[in-house]
Write a protein that binds this ligand. Structure first.
Ligand SMILES: [Zn+2]
Length: 54
């Protein structure tokens, strides 16, 4: 099960690789970070989201 990169909340995965949340990529990194819907609402821009991810 995927976990939110910001709040560590578990994110329910749906079939066909769709998750209830979003996936962000750090510039210059191949790593993907999963962010839950709640955090996505808290930090509406990609820049803000990336700042929250360590
Ligand atoms: Zn979250």
């Amino acid at each position: 099960m995927a976990k939110c990169s910001i709040c560590s909340e578990k994110i329910a995965e749906l079939f066909l690789e769709k998750i209830k949340g979003t996936i962000v990529k750090k510039p210059g990194s191949q790593k993907h970070y999963v962010v839950c819907f709640a955090c996505q609402k808290k930090f509406p821009t990609k820049e803000e989201l990336l700042q929250q991810i360590k």
